[in-house]
Design a protein around this ligand. Structure first.
Ligand SMILES: Cc1ncc(COP(=O)(O)O)c(C=O)c1O
Length: 361
């Protein structure tokens, strides 16, 4: 049974909920690309020009020029040697693990890594060791204990449950020369870094030993995923990943829309500027109001109620202010649930003020 409410997103920053139109500070459509008129037009044009579905693996008769074009756009946007598409954002991690299985002595994974990485680790054919959440110290201790190893570090870039960011620079310093980092950057991609290239750009580290996996469903607002890495990694995945070989690629209208979304995100620098502005305005005001909010550039802000009474009160305050209460339970977050607010570039100052008023009463 799925017990979470059924929502219909409307007018970019609202949802329809139980007959009411409420302001929506949730989801991961950080630039509201899923409702951008040009992205929606690209879906329609793609359908008219190319049809819906190739209905075959890319390695048989399901390859199409749009996939190559989208991979080129992604490689260019992220400054990667190559990009390889996946049909969603969960799959790239599994594809990488299938391609690299047997090549590492140990997988060292953040204890709160996303379930996609947890599943990928099972495919690597080596011992898996968890390190403490976002802790280079613990990772360093483990490395010291294990001696000479060839590890794969596995971590999210921006953690979706609370918006915290992995200390990637420290991890790169700890990484032995023959090791690699598998970085699930589903939430960092398009968001973090000066040009939106994600957590590596945010941390100021070279891509050389990093395999970055991304989704097209969040900052890009469409659907699908990709692996960003070297040409030789791409070759290995195509040769060895059962998931890549035996899976139908994403529908063609979505590939067309993703190309358009990348183009918009690259051209319109104001989108990221507005997102940062909205995030900062909110975080500063909440900190001034006595909340302890992480001081980083992540647009995800968790508020964890102390008890059921506080949850009910906050829920009511939000509803009274015309705001959807984004109370969720999700792996990685507190078991009893929490409010997870997410900002977009498209929220207005007035909407932010309403939220602040509701939280600071
Ligand atoms: C860290 C992380 N990785 C992978 C995924 C999967 O991406 P998608 O839902 O676009 O398939 C998610 C989705 O929520 C995620 O948060």
């Amino acid at each position: 049974m799925i017990e979470s409410p059924e929502l219909q997103q409307v007018d970019r920053t609202y949802v329809q909920y139980k007959g009411r139109k409420l302001i929506y500070f949730a989801g991961c459509d950080y630039f509201r690309m899923a409702s951008h008129p040009e992205v929606l037009k690209a879906v329609k044009d793609g359908l008219d020009q190319y049809g819906l579905n190739v209905a075959a693996s890319r390695l048989t008769t399901g390859n199409h020029k749009l996939y190559g074009l989208l991979e080129g756009s992604l490689a260019n946007f992220f400054g990667a040697e190559s990009a390889l598409l996946a049909s969603n954002g969960y799959a790239p991690n599994l594809m990488v693990a299938q391609a690299l299985a047997g090549q590492f002595s140990h997988a060292l994974i953040d204890e709160r890594a996303h379930c996609a990485l947890v599943d990928a680790a099972q495919l690597l054919d080596c011992p898996i060791i968890k390190f403490k959440h976002r802790s280079p110290d613990d990772l360093g201790q483990i490395l010291k204990r294990l001696g000479k190893i060839k590890p794969l570090f596995m971590t999210d870039g921006m953690f979706s449950h609370d918006g915290s960011i992995a200390p990637l620079q420290e991890y790169v310093h700890l990484l032995p020369a023959q090791g690699l980092i598998l970085l699930d950057d589903a939430h960092g991609a398009g968001i973090l870094g000066k040009t939106g290239r994600g957590t590596p750009e945010h941390a100021g580290v070279p891509r050389k030993q990093i395999i970055q996996t991304i989704t097209l469903s969040k900052a890009f607002g469409v659907y699908g995923g990709a692996v960003l890495g070297s040409n030789s990694l791409k070759k290995s995945i195509v040769a060895k990943s059962r998931l890549f070989v035996g899976n139908t690629p994403l529908p063609l209208p979505l590939a067309n829309a993703a190309i358009q979304s990348i183009r918009i995100l690259k051209a319109d620098k104001n989108l990221r500027k507005r997102l940062i502005q909205n995030t900062n305005t909110f975080k500063v005001a909440l900190n001034n109001g006595g909340f302890e909010i992480q001081n980083n550039s992540s647009p995800v802000v968790p508020i964890i109620p102390q008890n059921a009474k506080q949850t009910a009160r906050l829920n009511q305050q939000l509803l009274t202010s015309g705001i959807y209460p984004p109370f969720i339970k999700y792996p990685g977050g507190p078991q009893s649930g929490y409010f997870r607010f997410v900002f977009s570039s498209e929220h207005t100052q007035e909407q932010l003020n309403l939220l602040l008023k509701a939280l600071l009463v």
